[in-house]
Every structure is written in C-alpha cells, then in structure tokens.
Write a protein that binds this ligand. Sequence first.
Ligand code: ISC
Length: 390
Amino acid sequence: MRRGEGLIGLGEAVRIETGGPGRIVDAARAWTSLVAAADVDDRVGLPGTGLVAFGTFAFADDSAATSVLVVPELVLGRRDGRAWATTIRFADTDEPDDAPFELPEPAPKRLVPDVGFEPDGLAPDDYEAAVARAVERIDAGEFEKVVLARRIVGRLDDGAGLRAMLDLLARRYPDTWTFAVDGLVGASPETLVRVDTGTVSARVLAGTASRGADETDDRARAAALAASPKDRAEHALAVASAVDTLAPHTARLDASPEPFTLQLPNLWHLATDLKGTLGDGSSSLALVEAMHPTAAVAGTPRDAATAAIAELEGFDRERYAGPVGWVDAAGDGEWAIALRCAQVADDGRVTAWAGCGIVHDSVPASELAETGMKFRPITEAFGAPPPSAS
Ligand SMILES: C=C(O[C@H]1C=CC=C(C(=O)O)[C@@H]1O)C(=O)O
C-alpha cells in the first residue's frame, strides 16, 4: 500500500516456495504455469486486477530463508479512485462460480505491540570495525562501494497482532510502500522495479542525512546532502547499476538529471526516479531477477560487494534487502526493496535489519548513527524507543 492505494490479500490459495540461486527464476516459471492453467474473469482490467501473487525473496543465494509467492483467496485493491475485489479458488471446488464472497471478520486491531530490541549478530562496536575494514578494502581497490547492515532482535508478545503496527507504518510513512508478506513487514522508500502496462519505473535511493532540529536546520541538511560529494558518489553508483540493468529491457529510459532530496519523517535521502518504456515484454519478475541485488543494497561491483557482505556482516540477511511485492497474470507488478523492515517468526521472534552504503570516505561512527535512523520506522511501529547507537 502507498498513499491509500495498493493491494491486500487474504487467505492462501496457493503457495510457491523456492530457494537458492534460482529462487526468482523458479518462482517466475511456476507463476507462468499457474497463470496458463487459470481461468481469469477480470472485469476491471487494471494492473493488479485478476489473478495476483504476493512475493518475498531472500537477499542471498545461500540464505536459509524461504522465498515465497503467495496467491491469496481474496484480493482487495484500490487504484486511481477505483476499488475491486478478486476471489481465487480451485476449479474443482464444490462452490458455484458465482457464489458471493464474504469478507472475513477483520482481525482485532489490538494495541501497538511493545517490543524491546537488542543488537544481534554485529554489536555496534563490531559494526564500526566492519565499516573501517570495508573502507580499507575500498582503498585497496577491491571494490568501490559495499552496503553493510546490522541486525536487532525482539519478541512479540503472545497474541499481539500486526494490524495496529502496519496501520501506524502506513500512516506515518505515506510516501513509502508499506508491505506485509509472509511475516515480513515494513515500509520501504525504494522500489526495485514496477511494470505497468508497458511502462517501467523505479525509485533509486542512496545517500542519507538526518532531519534537522527546526525548519532552517532541516533545509540546510537537505541542501548539504544534495551537495555532498560522498553521498553523490554513493548515489551515482546506485543509479548507474539500475540504468545499466534496465537499459537492455527498455526502448526508452529516462532518469531525472539531478538526484532530488526525498523527505521522510526519520531522514533525508538522495533519490532518482527512472521511467521508461518496456522494449522486450519482460515481466516484472524477469526484471526483479535482472536487478537484484542493486548497488543500493549490495555495492559495486556487484559480485565483489556481495562476497564482502558475507565476510564482513557474518549473518544471514534472510529477506532483508530482497525483493518484496506483487505480480499479476500479465506480468505487471510492483516490487520494492525490503528495507525498513522486520521478519516476524511464528514463535514471535522479530528480526530487523538496517544498513548503509560504505564508500571511500565513510566514517564508521556516522554510519552506525545512520543505521539508528533507519531502524526508527520499525522499532517505533513495534512500540520501542529508537535503539541507542552506542
Ligand atoms: C540499506 C539500506 O538503505 C539503502 C537505501 C537508501 C539509502 C542508503 C544509504 O544511504 O546508505 C542505502 O543504500 C537500509 O535502509 O537498510
């Protein structure tokens, strides 16, 4: 959901689970077969109407996390002032085709949960040391940029629901894409790729500054971010990787000539919007496969940065920084990068991640502080105060 528009799925008609290096390709293939076997009666005909699946994919090829596409039993959608409902069921069911659907009772909204978080994996000091090591390796010429994350964990009380926290996220961060797929919840400001009736778009982010204490200070911070050589260099690498990957699939691709500053309640980002026309009929899942992982979450060059992440972070990112979104029967879809997110396990364990792009002039203490800003949407939505960076 974004600004009150988007898709909500209820129930689970089909679940496709994949893993390993082929997790996105295998899911795309299974989706194509499912679509080929389906009878779709779509009287609205917009992207996201008819058959859809919601997905979340692990970041790394060797992750222990399952990647999934879930086809719900009921989809509620809203776009450009129109709303629709789609029901999905197996053809051999006893129910008649025109059986009216009943909206399930909404889950009780309950209170916003009260989850306390603690560092897990890299402790704050270890994170600073990992950033320093990354800068040494950048200076030694091993790679230009690497994105390093840290991880915090908490526990959701028995019976605490996610509805109130999701509602809070969506209301506090209306400019982001709020998602909840298979226990992965968050509000991401960054799209990986969106395919919409022949058009392709993406919002590329990299480069971050804190919000100011008052309006003048705030504007000054945004202006300093827009002028900062360190952040512009970090941003340029992210834009170049997205443009290079999308270009072969597009007949035309435009990027804003200068990055703009995107204001969010917790921070400023440098942002570039890409917009183009699809040239080869690729589905959104095919473009997800081509684009993941971008330089905004891995680094440049991609392979060296991905290897360095495994060595320097030393933990499984699971679905953090992976693609999360939906695909429809025509292949259209909207995929965000799973940032500002947490995975809620069945036993109530909540794991959240936040990372920063490290370049030659990164300062470890500043990067640690930046992870604190990036954890804020999630920790506050779970009812916890922002984690102290020390
Ligand atoms: C890796 C994250 O953010 C990325 C997206 C925007 C800005 C970023 C940065 O300035 O470092 C990161 O590349 C995260 O939120 O965990």
